[in-house]
Design a protein around this ligand. Structure first.
Ligand SMILES: [Zn+2]
Length: 269
C-alpha cells in the first residue's frame, strides 16, 4: 500500500515528466466510484479545461494544483498508481481513469483493487503535519499528552501524515520501542529516538524510491512501472518469524488497530 515515500516518488516523477503547465483536455472515467460523490460527468465538467499548475503532496495525498479554486486530490489507497503514454489512447486492463493532456500526453490512473479515490477540494482535510516536514516540538507534545499505543498513534494521519503500516513498524524497530508502549510513558530520550527514527525511515525510503513488497498486480510500482528500491532495506515489516537483523531472535507478529504489526520482543521495549 503506497505510503508517503511511494506517493512522493510518483509526484517527483510526474514533475520530471513535464506535467506542469499542461491542460486537461479530456477525461475518461471507467470506474465511477473513483470520483464519488461526483458523477463521472460532473467530475469531467469541473476538470476539463483546467491547467495543472503544480504538483504537491501532503501525507499520502497527491495534489494536482489546478488553475481553479479546487485542486484534484488523489489518494492511491491500496493499489492505485499512475503511468504515462503518448500517441493514440490505449486503455490498460486496470485503468480506472485516463486524463488526456495538452501536448499529446495521456495520464493513466491504474488501480487493480479499485479503492483509489479522487476529490475536488482545495486541500485534504483532517491531516497533521507531513512526515517529511514535522518538527520535533509538535511531535513531542502529542506523545506527551497521549495515552495511546505507539503503533496506532503513528498510523493516525491527524497526528502525522504519511506514515502507514510499513514505515510505522520500521520506525518503531529503529527506535527500539515496543509497538504497544503507551505514548505518554516515553521519556525524553525515547521521544527523540522515535522522532529521529520516523523522519529517518521516511527520508531514506524516499531516497530509495519507495518500497515494493510483492510481485502481484497490486504491488506498488512507480510511474515507469519499476519496483521501489527500498525493499532490501526493510528490517521488520513482512518478516514475521524470520530472525531479527540485530539480535537473531525470531520476529513476532501481533494485530494492533486491525493491522498486522511485526517487531522484535528482544530489541523493542
Ligand atoms: Zn532483535
Amino acid at each position: 500500500m503506497p505510503e508517503l515515500p511511494e506517493v512522493e516518488t510518483i509526484r517527483r516523477q510526474l514533475c520530471t515528466a513535464g506535467l506542469k503547465g499542461r491542460t486537461i483536455e479530456k477525461v475518461t472515467i471507467s470506474w465511477p466510484r473513483t470520483v464519488e460523490p461526483l458523477s463521472p460527468a460532473a467530475f469531467r465538467k469541473r476538470v476539463v479545461g483546467k491547467t495543472i499548475e503544480r504538483l504537491s503532496r501532503h501525507g499520502k495525498w497527491l495534489i494536482f494544483e489546478l488553475d481553479d479554486i479546487d485542486n484534484l486530490l488523489v489518494h492511491l489507497r491500496m493499489t492505485g498508481g499512475f503511468s504515462l503514454s503518448d500517441g493514440p489512447l490505449k486503455k490498460g486492463p486496470y485503468d480506472r481513469a485516463i486524463f488526456q493532456l495538452s501536448g499529446g500526453m495521456n495520464l493513466h490512473f491504474r488501480d487493480p483493487r479499485k479503492f483509489g479515490r479522487f476529490r475536488l477540494a482545495t486541500f485534504p482535510l483532517g491531516l497533521g503535519p507531513d512526515a517529511l516536514e514535522i518538527t520535533a516540538r509538535p511531535f513531542f507534545q502529542t506523545l506527551g499528552k497521549s495515552n495511546r499505543m505507539l503503533k496506532p498513534l503513528l498510523l493516525d494521519q491527524s497526528f502525522i501524515a504519511g506514515v502507514g503500516n510499513i514505515y510505522a513498524d520500521e520506525a518503531l524497530f529503529e527506535a527500539r520501542l515496543h509497538p504497544e508502549r503507551r505514548a505518554g510513558s516515553l521519556n525524553d530520550d525515547e521521544k527523540l529516538a522515535l522522532y529521529m527514527a520516523v523522519t529517518h525511515v521516511i527520508r531514506s525510503a524516499v531516497e530509495n524510491g519507495g518500497t515494493s513488497l510483492g510481485n502481484g498486480q497490486g504491488n506498488y510500482v512507480d510511474l515507469n512501472g519499476n519496483f521501489g528500491g527500498h525493499r532490501e532495506k526493510v528490517k521488520v515489516y513482512g518478516r514475521a518469524g524470520q530472525p531479527c537483523v540485530e539480535c537473531g531472535a525470531p520476529l513476532e507478529k501481533i494485530t494492533l488497530a486491525q493491522r498486522t504489526t511485526v517487531f522484535c520482543s528482544q530489541c523493542q521495549e
